[in-house]
Design a protein around this ligand. Structure first.
Ligand code: NAP
Length: 302
C-alpha cells in the first residue's frame, strides 16, 4: 500500500504571506441573490472553513453597460456586517472590458481596481487578478499598474487568470513583486494544466493555483456525455468509500495534485457549500487518483 496523497486544509498564496483555505467559494453566479441571501451564503462558506472568496468586476454583467452586480452585492453584505471582511481573503479580477474584449493598459487597470474597491466597500483586496490576458499590452506596462496598486496599498498581492505559462513567465520577469496566484480552469473534466506544464511551473515558481469550475460548471454533478459519466463513475467509487458526495470527491481530486490547487466551488446553494467541505476528509491513493485521470482521458496512460 502506498501513502495517501497529501491534502492540506490551508496553504500560502504564493509568496504573499497570506494563508488561505484550499477550498474557495466563487461568486460568478452570485448576483441576484439579494443582500439577505447573499449574507447567508457568505456566512455558510466562512463557517464551513472556506476563507478564500473569489469574485470579479464582470460577474453578474448583463450586457447593458457598466459592470457586474456580484461585487456590488458583496459590498452590500459587507456594509451591513463589516466584521465579515476580516474573516475572508478577498480576491477580485478585472481587465475584461466589453465589448473590447480585454484591456490591461495601466490607466484602465488602475481605474478597474478603484471601481472594484468602491463596489466592494473595502479599502483593499487581498489579491487582485488580471482576468484574461490582453495581447495588446506589454508585460512591462501591466507590471507598472500592478506594482503601483500594491505600493498604494489597494491590493496586498497580485495574480493572473487564464494566462499561458509563457505569459506568466514574461510578467514575472518585469513585476516588482512575486505573482501570488494563477487561476486556470481545472477539474477532472479539464486536464489541460496537468498536461501542459502550467501546474509544474506553478510549483517551482511558488505560485498558488486557483482551479476554476472544479465540477466542470456542474457537469460532474449532472453528467450527460459518455466521458462525463465515466468520470462520475470513477469519482463515485472514492466518494462512496469515504461517505462523501461525488462533488466533494471531485474537489478533493483537484486539491490532491502536488501543486495543491485551491478548488473554487461555484454553487450558490448553502447545503452544497457545506457539503463541499467534506472534500478535506477524502484520502486519495495513487491508484484511485489515476483511475479518475484515465476515466477522463478515455485511454490508459502509456
Ligand atoms: P463549479 O463548482 O464547477 O460549478 C458550479 C455549478 O454547478 C453551479 O451552477 C451549481 O448550481 C452546479 N451544481 C449542480 N449540482 C451541484 C452539486 N451537487 N454540487 C455543487 N454544484 C452543483 O464552478 P463554477 O460555478 O463554474 O465556477 C466556480 C468559480 O470559479 C466561479 O464562481 C468563479 O469564482 C470562478 N471562475 C473563474 C473563471 C475565470 O475565468 N477566472 C471562469 C469561471 C469561473 P447550484 O448553484 O444550483 O448548486
Amino acid at each position: 500500500m502506498t501513502e495517501p496523497l497529501r491534502l492540506d486544509r490551508t496553504r500560502q498564496l504564493g509568496r504573499s504571506g497570506i494563508t488561505v483555505s484550499t477550498l474557495a467559494w466563487g461568486m460568478w453566479r452570485f448576483a441576484g441573490a439579494g443582500a439577505r441571501q447573499g449574507a447567508r451564503l457568505v456566512h455558510t462558506a466562512l463557517d464551513a472553513g472556506i476563507t478564500l472568496l473569489d469574485t470579479a468586476d464582470i460577474y453578474g454583467f448583463d450586457g447593458t453597460g457598466g459592470f457586474g452586480d456580484a461585487e456590488a452585492l458583496l459590498g452590500e453584505v459587507l456594509t451591513a456586517e463589516p466584521g465579515l471582511r476580516q474573516r475572508m481573503v478577498l480576491v477580485s479580477k478585472g481587465g475584461i472590458r466589453p465589448p473590447l474584449p480585454y484591456d490591461s493598459s495601466p490607466a484602465y487597470l488602475a481605474e478597474a481596481i478603484d471601481a472594484s474597491l468602491a463596489r466592494l466597500k473595502t479599502d483593499h483586496l487581498d489579491c487582485w487578478l488580471i482576468h484574461r490576458p490582453d495581447i495588446l499590452t506589454h508585460p512591462q506596462e501591466i507590471a507598472r499598474a500592478l506594482d503601483a496598486a500594491i505600493a498604494a496599498g489597494k491590493v496586498r498581492s497580485v495574480g493572473v487568470s487564464n494566462f499561458t505559462q509563457a505569459q506568466i513567465t514574461a510578467l514575472s520577469h518585469v513585476l516588482g513583486h512575486p505573482i501570488a496566484a494563477t487561476q486556470p480552469e481545472l477539474s477532472p473534466l479539464c486536464l489541460t494544466t496537468i498536461t501542459n506544464g502550467e501546474l509544474d511551473h506553478a510549483m517551482v515558481a511558488d505560485i498558488a493555483t486557483m482551479a476554476w469550475s472544479p465540477l466542470g460548471g456542474g457537469r460532474i454533478a449532472n453528467p450527460t456525455t459518455e466521458r462525463e459519466q465515466r468520470v462520475a463513475a470513477a469519482l463515485d467509487v472514492v466518494a462512496s468509500a469515504h461517505g462523501v458526495s461525488r462533488e466533494a470527491a471531485a474537489c478533493s481530486w483537484v486539491m490532491a495534485h502536488p501543486a495543491a490547487p485551491i478548488a473554487i466551488i461555484g454553487t450558490q446553494n448553502e447545503a452544497r457549500i457545506r457539503d463541499a467541505a467534506s472534500a478535506w476528509g477524502v484520502s486519495w491513493t495513487r491508484q484511485s487518483w489515476y483511475d479518475v485521470l484515465v476515466a477522463s482521458r478515455g485511454e490508459r496512460l502509456p
